[in-house]
Write a protein that binds this ligand. Structure first.
Ligand code: DGY
Length: 451
């Protein structure tokens, strides 16, 4: 493996920009050339951060395009469909039947679920990186109410006990789709196979079955969509019928980080922060009281449907450092956990940081999507979080290893975390020329220049 010193930063940034240019559609940037032909919610946010360093028009377009699909109830969908490629991806727009909802927009085709709400902190990056602050301020004025409306949606429709912890109702909403964290709740989903609407997967045309979720997963993904359709996308009805209702620490940490960003941005545009501050304090308190696990040094998930804790073995439970949710002592425990075998591997199974799932678990799979591989966005959030708590070397290691993986294997969607496997030809999986790997690489290297 090349050492960090041998990386040609300029060449890497040039290639990253070329990837974003190649995935640009005229209105937004696809997450990947073929596998993901539409606009995806949190991808758009990470992509905008990359653009904000050199192409402000496009950074703004990402958010504008995404929020053009915002529902009346405030939800920002996981996918805004690109009509040109609708049938190159499954589930296509008509499969979602979002016309059943009173809230879905009439002039945009979208899916009927959401994703981790990165947009508050993305807006802050756009403002901070802008050279033309007047223009950036206008953009903040334009986007702030839309993002705030999305936060209202979460606290009003996804927090049934007013705990400040919002739930996800589909594994795709977590962003970590097939993480073993969801295995137990997914196993409990029982349904009559004959009654799942007929469908044909398209992801396997452009992705390797060994690296993608299984048909078992897809049957459950589709069954859940069918429930939403039958409930006409009414959130109260869905909450009653949906077997998958989970408070995820990654999702809630991202919401907190965006609350905080909105609170800071509000002072620039004279917006009231009382509601945001209340939500935010409650979310942090509940993350620490309900989801923190002092025995294992990680934030767990909570299954509201079964009223039970899901012990976390995924990197999602470490990410709350990014929103400064843990105190110093908890942050030290998180670092100990990150450095233990359950993320850093053992002598015979040395890993790149940070595997998305515990490499010593029987459920770990180094090639399969969110069941083990390293993801650049997770490393980026961990890097910033650890830096905040003063774990400078570890933060630096996360950044360097991300750059090394990209430099050596290419701008893949995810990477095998196991080091030095003899005869391994490939370390990067999923789609190549993956947009957020490119965008966050640009941000990492910008950071290099600023440091
Ligand atoms: C996919 O199609 O695999 C996406 O991750 C869903 O958001």
């Amino acid at each position: 493996m090349h050492t960090a010193e041998l990386i040609d930063f300029k060449a890497l940034v040039a290639e990253a920009k070329d990837i974003l240019a190649g995935n640009w559609t005229g209105k937004f940037t696809k997450p990947a050339p073929n596998l993901y032909p539409h606009q995806w919610n949190w991808d758009a946010g990470f992509i905008a951060i990359g653009y904000s360093h050199y192409y402000m028009d496009r950074a703004e377009s990402e958010l504008r395009s995404l929020f053009s699909g915002q529902w009346d109830n405030g939800m920002v969908p996981q996918i805004i469909f690109n009509p040109e490629f609708d049938y190159n991806y499954f589930p296509s727009s008509d499969f979602w039947e979002t016309w059943r909802s009173f809230s879905a927009p009439e002039n945009k085709k979208t899916s009927g679920i959401t994703m981790p709400p990165v947009h508050g902190f993305v807006l802050q990056h756009i403002y901070d990186n802008a050279k033309d602050k007047m223009r950036a301020l206008n953009f903040v004025k334009e986007m702030f109410p839309k993002i705030l409306k999305m936060h209202h949606y979460f606290y009003n429709h996804r927090d049934p006990f007013n705990e400040g912890l919002v739930y996800i109702r589909h594994p795709w909403e977590s962003g970590t789709d097939n993480s073993p964290t969801w295995d137990a709740p997914m196993e409990r989903i029982t349904f009559d196979k004959i009654k799942i609407p007929p469908y044909k997967r398209k992801d396997l045309d452009n992705g390797h079955a060994e690296h993608r979720p299984t048909d078992y997963d897809y049957n459950r993904y589709i069954h859940l969509i069918d429930i939403y359709r039958k409930c006409d996308y009414n959130e109260e009805a869905i909450l009653e019928r949906c077997p998958f209702v989970i408070q995820d620490p990654l999702f809630n940490c991202i919401l907190v980080k965006s609350n905080q960003a909105l609170i800071e941005l509000a002072t620039l545009i004279d917006e009231d922060v009382e509601q945001l501050t209340k939500w935010n304090e409650l979310s942090i308190k509940s993350m620490n009281e309900k989801l923190w696990n002092p025995k294992t040094g990680i934030y767990d998930a909570y299954d509201l449907h079964n009223d039970e804790r899901i012990e976390m073995q995924a990197s999602s439970g470490l990410i709350p450092v990014y929103a400064h949710i843990p105190n110093a002592e908890q942050a030290q425990q998180i670092v100990d956990r990150l450095l233990s075998k359950s993320f850093s591997g053992s002598a015979d199974q040395n890993t790149y940081l940070c595997p998305s799932y515990n490499p010593t678990s029987p459920k770990f799979n180094p090639k399969k999507y969110w069941r083990g591989p390293v993801w650049i966005n997770m490393n980026w959030m961990l890097h910033h979080g650890l830096k905040h708590y003063g774990f400078t070397d570890l933060a630096e290691q996360l950044k360097q290893e991300s750059l090394e993986l990209i430099n050596h294997y290419g701008f893949y969607e995810y990477f095998d975390p196991i080091k030095d496997v003899v005869g391994k030809e490939k370390q990067g999986y999923g789609s190549h020329r993956f947009s957020w790997s490119a965008a966050l690489c640009i941000d990492f290297l910008q950071d290099e220049e600023d440091d």
